[in-house]
Design a protein around this ligand. Structure first.
Ligand code: 2BH
Ligand code: MN
Ligand code: MN
Ligand code: MN
Length: 301
């Protein structure tokens, strides 16, 4: 099978400069040859250029920031991811901020309507137009994909392709009040850091899969926000939250998902190489590459 790398230098879903450089650093760290060494064919036709997406006038809609930019970029990336998936390739989307998940999930779910989504993150990214406090759209992609909350014309292209029973979270520890309510109201399965502590990561991954993929017969889309990891492990990211996953816990999730043989799409999001000293940036990029390798078949033995 071929991996199609979708490099998305995009930062419009959040305010910090630098996350658009994440994909460049991940590729420059040698990710492509690392994947080829694992036996994959890798197709990469250069990072996407979003400058052409004119947004001369993009005032907030309500408090949503850069709404037209985020919408247009995600709509174009959704086509790309969808095309790769339809071609039988495995789209590997390198972010870029997590608003891009509107694109990746749209692309995957349009090809694999029964796919389940494993969302590894400190945050739920499920704020609606009504519940967001920041207006940063990287905190909202899941609500758009579920089709919940007040509709925004600009995002009318986003189809509610994700069903709550096909979504599960691992690593949550920083939710807004509105998000806690939304998770409960929609009966969405979530394994926070409390459950990771209580049961251990092995049991948590098993329970997460049991929740959304009980017969292990559904395709899996893994959306991994590096801020799920403890900041000591992945420091160079825009919204770090202490008390996160260890290096091994993060890798175990990826290894276990690879073992299912069901992975059809992978996102590695929120690496921001501008936010730390060069050693911390190098460390964060290296962890990103390592997680991707683990999700795509690298084993310890
Ligand atoms: N919940 C906060 C934080 C959002 C974090 C997004 B991230 O998971 O993509 O880092 C917000 O809505 O602004
Ligand atoms: Mn973020
Ligand atoms: Mn996220
Ligand atoms: Mn996050």
């Amino acid at each position: 099978k071929t991996i199609a790398i979708v490099g998305c230098p995009f930062s419009g879903g959040q305010p910090k400069l630098g996350v658009d450089k994440g994909p460049i650093h991940l590729v420059e760290a040698g990710l492509i040859s690392q994947l080829e060494e694992l036996g994959w064919k890798v197709s990469f036709d250069g990072h996407h250029q979003f400058e052409s997406i004119a947004t001369e006038d993009d005032p907030p809609i309500g408090i949503l920031k850069n709404p037209r930019l985020v919408s247009r970029v995600c709509e174009s990336v959704a086509q790309v991811v969808g095309a790769h998936a339809k071609n039988g390739q495995l789209p590997l989307t390198l972010g870029g901020d997590h608003s891009l998940a509107m694109a990746t999930l749209s692309g995957t779910l349009s090809t694999y309507p029964d796919a389940c989504v494993i969302w590894v993150d400190a945050h739920a990214d499920i704020n609606t137009v009504e519940s967001t406090d920041s207006g940063n759209i990287h905190g909202m992609p899941v609500s758009f994909m579920l089709g919940i909350g007040q509709k925004v014309d600009e995002f009318s292209w986003v189809k509610p392709l994700l069903k709550p029973e096909r979504l599960v979270y691992i690593g949550l520890r920083d939710l807004d009040a509105g998000e806690k309510r939304i998770l409960k109201e929609n009966n969405i399965k979530a394994f926070s850091m409390h459950e990771v502590d209580k049961y251990g990561i092995g049991k948590v991954v098993e329970m997460a899969l049991d929740a959304v993929n009980p017969k292990r017969d559904l395709p899996i889309h893994l959306s991994f926000d590096v801020d799920a990891l403890d900041p000591s492990v992945a420091p160079s990211t825009g919204t770090p939250v202490r008390g996160g996953l260890t290096f091994r816990e993060g890798h175990y999730i990826c290894e276990a998902i690879h073992e299912t043989g069901l992975l059809v799409a992978l996102d590695l999001m929120e690496v921001n190489p501008f936010l730390a000293d060069s050693e911390s940036v190098r460390q964060t990029v290296a962890v990103g590459c390592s997680l991707v390798r683990s999700a795509l078949g690298e084993t310890l033995l």
